[in-house]
Design a protein around this ligand. Structure first.
Ligand SMILES: [Zn+2]
Length: 186
């Protein structure tokens, strides 16, 4: 199974965006060892759940929607040595913690690197929305197996927010950032 790594040749942002803009069923083949039918099932489940959430809440922000599910959202900044992540959730009581340090670090970097036409997808607000949706999927579907949990949450977040690429792109960019080198050229 081939895997992408941060050190591979995807040095141009537009190449990365094209790669992660494929359907999740295609993107995920490079990120896990699941069989295609298992990937298809988890993507279908995630999209169905996200569609329900969107249909019930047209035009509303995820950070508002989650409150209807009894989930509080807290914005704070914390560091975990060696790992960068956007958010985490707690179950009882349901709470989503958005890591403002990581979110604004990525948004700040992308203001330098992303073309004007794509900046919206890398704003503080959009990254926060996607991270909130990701954590909501963990809260709505807590019994999911460790093997499919993260991919399900990414597919849910993509569908729930209308992001035109897989949120795995954000993780890829974070990895590049954490390596401390110039992540890519335009
Ligand atoms: Zn997660």
């Amino acid at each position: 199974m081939k895997r992408f790594s941060a050190t591979q040749n995807f040095t141009v942002l537009s190449d990365l965006m094209r790669l992660f803009s494929d359907a999740d069923e295609i993107v995920y083949r490079s990120f896990c060892d699941l069989e295609p039918d298992e990937i298809a099932t988890l993507c279908r489940d995630a999209r169905r759940l996200a569609s329900h959430v969107r249909l019930r809440n047209p035009g509303r922000k995820m950070t508002d929607i989650v409150r209807d599910y009894g989930v509080s959202v807290r914005r704070e900044e914390w560091e975990t040595p060696g790992i960068l992540f956007f958010a985490e959730c707690e179950m009882s009581p349901p709470l989503i913690r958005l890591n403002t340090g990581t979110i604004s670090a990525l948004a700040g970097l992308m203001r330098l690197w992303a073309p004007e036409s794509d900046l919206h997808w890398f704003s503080d607000e959009t990254i926060s929305e996607v991270a909130t949706a990701h954590e909501l999927s963990h809260i709505l579907d807590p019994a999911r197996s460790p093997k499919t949990r993260e991919l399900h949450a990414h597919a849910f977040a993509r569908e729930a927010t209308g992001l035109p690429f897989s949120p795995l792109l954000y993780d890829d960019l974070l990895q590049r950032m954490s390596k401390g080198s110039e992540p890519f050229r335009r």
